[in-house]
Structure formats: C-alpha cells, structure tokens
Ligand binder design. Structure first.
Ligand SMILES: NC(=O)c1ccc[n+]([C@@H]2O[C@H](COP(=O)([O-])OP(=O)(O)OC[C@H]3O[C@@H](n4cnc5c(N)ncnc54)[C@H](O)[C@@H]3O)[C@@H](O)[C@H]2O)c1
Length: 370
C-alpha cells in the first residue's frame, strides 16, 4: 500500500508527515525510526488508546536499541490540565528522560496537546513525535505545533507553538474509532475540501462509500489531501500572526458559538462544524458572493456524509449572534467571518450585517433542501 509523505516546510524546523496503513505495525518502521533521535523516550497516551493499541505500538521498539516507557493518563478533555501535566513531568523525570530523550504523543487531540506541551517545556524542550489516533488529530491537531492545557476558566489558555520532529498518521487506528469521533474529524475534512476546491470535493463525492467504510487506501489519500492544506497554511503563518490561518476557521464561528451555547454542551465538534459550514454557505449566498449551484453542491456533499444537519430550531438567533460577537476574530466590534466566493475560494469578510446573519441562520434552522 502507498505511503504518502509530505513536508511541513518551516526552515530548520521542517518536518515530515508520514501517512499510510500498517505504518506502526512494524514492517515500515524504517520509514520513521530514523526520526527518533535519542534512544530513550516516553509514550504518552490515555487508558482507552492504551487498551486498544499500546501493545502493538510498543512492539515497534522491541529488539531495537530504543528504551521506551509508556505513561498512561485518564481519558477526557477534563484531564488536559495542570495536575496531569505536572504528574507527567514527574514521571518523565523518574523514567530518566534527559534533554536528548523524546516524547511520543500517542492519542487524539487531547493527548497531542498535553504531551506536546510537556515536550515543549520539559528541560526547556525535548523532541516530540506526534502519532495521532483520531481522525481530527490526524488531519488537524497533530500538525502545526499548537499545544496546551486548559484552565478552570477556559480551554487552551496555557500553551505554546512547538513543532514535532515527525508526524506518523496510521489510518489503521481509525478502525476502532467510535462513529461520533469519526464524524467529528469528518467535519474538519469537509472544511478542508471547501477551502481547497473542485479536486478535493470531487474526490469526496466519488469516494463517499469507501470513506464511510474506512477503506485504508482511500482514507490515506484523504488524509494526504487534508494534511497538505494544513501544512501549507502553517508554513505561511506558523505563529498565527498574519491572519492567514484564520481561513482554516471556515465553519467555526457558528460552530464554536453552538458549542458554547449552554444547552448544547455535548454537541460534537464535527457536528457543530458541519452546521457552521452550512451556515457559512448560506451566509455567502446572502452576501451575494456564492452561487446557489455551489450552495446545492455543498449541501449535497454534507448529505453524502450524513452531516447535513439543521441548527436546532429552539436555538435563538439573537443569542447565537451575541456569542458570535465575542468570537476572537471580532475586532473593534466588527465580526469577521470566513465566507466562500466559490468552492475553493474562501476569504475573510468584515462587512456582514446582523440581518444577513439572522437570515442565514433561519435557513439553517429549516430542514435542509437538497
Ligand atoms: N493543537 C491544535 O492545533 C488543535 C486543533 C484542534 C483541536 N485541538 C484539541 O484537540 C482536542 C480534541 O481532539 P480529539 O477530537 O481527537 O479528542 P480526544 O483526544 O478526546 O479523542 C476523542 C476520544 O477518542 C478516543 N480515541 C482516540 N483514539 C482512538 C482510537 N484509535 N480508537 C478508539 N478511540 C480512540 C479518545 O480516548 C477519546 O475518548 C481538544 O482538546 C482540542 O482543544 C487541538
């Protein structure tokens, strides 16, 4: 089977993203073991991933000169916190981890963020290897170097930018991923497709059944398309200072507002992003920039992946507007949102009116017409 490889081009900090099936089952270890520079490391994972995949993963190091100690934390966003982090530092020290050691983040985005921050700060920074095991982490969070932990007052308030040495995305891990987590990642995949344009959208339209059946070859191809886009945006704006990475927030302004609206705690990220994509498409039509043909194609695409979700009717438009107005992209009271001129032509718009937003929201609250 094909192994896809791409580079996140960041000068001296450039690193490869290796994507494929069977990558972490042993046969292909020559593809990436050279990226593990030191010989002593820790694999940070959680209980769920450890039960399912840790033995197989550790097997990779059997019979090699690498000495690897697994560190297992509890599963859940609520453990992405100071207590877990400091307990990890202690365990890393106890495991004899020195400055030439490495941290392998083996799990979803929570583990990637937590272990990434531990690697960035332990002894002022040691090598980090990202081995993402959820679709969301494989297409998004493992690439780009953002990491961090939550504070009781808010998510991701402590963190840094710290690039890994290598990202190993093995699609075989996705076999055990629960459906809701798979669709959570698919929300991001659909977002990338709308940002990228016709080739990616056609790929998804042609391969919907194979993707839903988790065909490894097709999944690897899909990941490659996503990771190329993420790598490109990261390369152009590594530290998120130029506003370039803001485009990757397509669908996220409403998505985040829905996640924050208290009645919808528990709404999965992917479902919220899918609703946000429909909203962004309707709003683009309201703003007079997107054709209704493109809108139809977007709704059909979401339908193929069972993600053509209406925003629940009981959510008040005014309430959402209020939450969206607090979005981080709002400057001087002007709400900025990513809209689409065409599929594949996203842009940051700063002249949307509350009336247009409310009109688009109303359309998203009706059963979606294909
Ligand atoms: N750093 C970034 O750029 C970035 C970007 C987006 C999101 N994030 C962060 O990522 C986190 C969300 O990540 P996520 O969606 O991967 O959630 P997650 O890490 O909580 O994983 C979701 C669930 O899937 C389980 N799981 C992981 N791999 C599995 C597998 N192969 N089989 C079965 N179960 C598996 C996990 O144990 C967990 O219960 C949030 O904390 C968010 O802030 C970070």
């Amino acid at each position: 089977m094909t192994v896809h490889k791409l580079t996140v081009p960041l000068g001296a900090k450039s690193y490869p993203v290796i994507i494929g099936s069977g990558l972490t089952s042993g046969e292909k270890s020559e593809t990436y073991l050279p990226h593990f520079k030191g010989l002593r490391g820790v694999v940070i994972t959680n209980e769920t991933v450890a039960d399912l995949h840790l033995d197989r993963f550790l097997n990779l190091f059997a019979g090699t000169e690498y000495e690897v100690v697994p560190l297992i934390v509890a599963d859940g966003e609520q453990y992405k916190n100071q207590e877990t982090l400091f307990s990890l530092y202690q365990q890393m020290f106890d495991a004899g981890l020195q400055r030439d050691g490495f941290v392998c983040a083996f799990g979803g985005g929570v583990i990637g963020d937590l272990a990434g921050f531990a690697a960035a700060t332990y002894m002022r920074g040691i090598d980090l290897i990202q081995v993402p095991t959820t679709l969301l982490a494989q297409v998004d969070s493992a690439i780009g170097g953002k990491n961090g932990i939550n504070l009781p007052v808010g998510k991701n308030l402590i963190g840094s930018f710290y690039q890994p040495r290598v990202v190993l995305a093995d699609v075989d891990f996705l076999e055990t991923l629960p459906d809701d987590e798979f669709f959570s990642g698919m929300g991001e995949v659909l977002k990338y497709a709308l940002i990228a344009g016709d080739d990616f959208v056609s790929f998804l339209e042609m391969n919907d059944q194979q993707i839903l059946a988790k065909n490894p070859k097709i999944l690897a191809g899909m990941l490659h398309l996503c990771c190329r886009i993420k790598a490109d945006f990261v390369a152009r704006d590594e530290l998120e200072q130029l506003g370039v990475r803001a485009i990757l927030n397509l669908g996220h302004t409403l998505g985040h507002a829905l996640e924050k609206t208290s009645a919808y705690v528990g709404l999965k990220h992917g479902a919220a992003v899918a609703m946000g994509l429909v909203f962004a498409a309707h709003l683009s039509v309201e703003a007079g920039v997107l054709s209704t043909d493109d809108l139809k194609r977007i709704l059909n695409l979401l339908h193929l992946f069972k993600m053509d979700l209406s925003v629940p009717a009981e959510i008040q438009g005014e309430k959402l507007l209020e939450v969206m107005a607090r979005d981080k992209k709002t400057t001087a009271g002007v709400l900025k949102m990513v809209l689409l001129r065409n599929i594949g032509q996203p842009y940051l718009s700063g002249d949307i009116t509350p009336d247009q937003i409310l009109a688009a929201l109303k359309k998203c609250q009706q059963p979606l017409e294909l």
